[in-house]
Write a protein that binds this ligand. Structure first.
Ligand code: PXP
Length: 249
């Protein structure tokens, strides 16, 4: 298998979190997105949550107008979000589970139980030319279910791997990485394009970036956090370099 360049999608949700914390109009997520692209991001990801806690409708419209790279619209599989996606026309839509009480997207989609709910929405987005991905747990059976639903892309949830890495639990890290590797291999074998993300930092990204089937990583919180210390452009360059190093090794 050839090691194609791994794309970096920068999630700018938490620029909006900071803006909204003070009810101000700055920092501007679009300005951050343009800076991230300048520094090496291949795409921009933004999650319009039902409660609009960070990204707002106007941000999605402004990102669509201002970006020259792909916009990945993260969304719950609801009629409201499908309508916004169809009106906006992003390059991609990533369907995620969403719970009001969660601080961040806590697990993958239940695509086995949610088949009847997801199928029509995936088809509506795909018919509009939007590339649909499903944010899922890294399990072979889930890859099969995603394939059966007709989604061309899955994004593997790396949260459990990252939690193990932060805890410094080597056995758990190895177990979670093996899960991701197995799912990536199985999914790619079924013809799915494999993405990954959630919780990745410049320290934990390497082993995931090294998996040859993975084509894109979506990373947000750690980049915005690092940007406090080194600036956003440098944070993106550092992440890009860590990914590229792992890919080459
Ligand atoms: N991918 C998906 C589908 C997500 O929901 C999130 C979190 O919004 C991310 C990637 C990025 O996660 P993090 O902000 O922890 O890097």
């Amino acid at each position: 298998m050839s090691f194609e360049k791994l794309r970096l999608g920068v999630n700018i949700d938490h620029v909006a979190t900071l803006r909204n914390a003070r009810g101000e109009h700055y920092p501007d997520p679009v300005r951050a997105a343009l800076m991230a692209v300048e520094a090496g991001a291949d795409g921009i990801t933004a999650h319009l949550r039902e409660d609009r806690r960070h990204i707002r409708d106007a941000d999605i419209a402004a990102l669509k107008r201002g970006l020259t790279v792909p916009l990945n619209f993260e969304m719950a599989a609801t009629d409201e979000m499908v309508a916004i996606a169809l009106a906006t026309g992003p390059h991609a839509a990533c369907l995620v589970p969403e719970k009001r009480e969660e601080r961040t997207t806590e697990g993958g989609l239940d695509i086995v139980g949610g088949r009847d709910h997801l199928g029509p929405r995936i088809r509506a987005l795909a018919a509009a030319g939007i590339r649909v991905s499903l944010f899922v747990e890294p399990e072979p059976a889930v890859m099969e279910a995603a394939r059966a639903l007709g989604a061309p892309v899955v994004e593997l949830h790396t949260g459990s791997y990252c939690e193990a890495a932060v805890a410094g639990d080597a056995a758990r890290v190895a177990h979670q990485l093996a899960r991701i590797a197995r799912a990536a291999e199985h999914g790619a074998g079924l013809g799915l394009e494999i993405h990954a993300g959630h919780g990745l930092t410049v320290d934990s990204v390497g082993p995931v970036a090294a998996l040859p089937q993975i084509r894109e990583l979506n990373i947000g919180h750690a980049l915005i956090a690092d940007s406090i210390f080194v600036g956003l452009a440098q944070a993106v360059r550092d992440m890009r370099a860590a990914m590229d190093r792992a890919r080459r090794a």
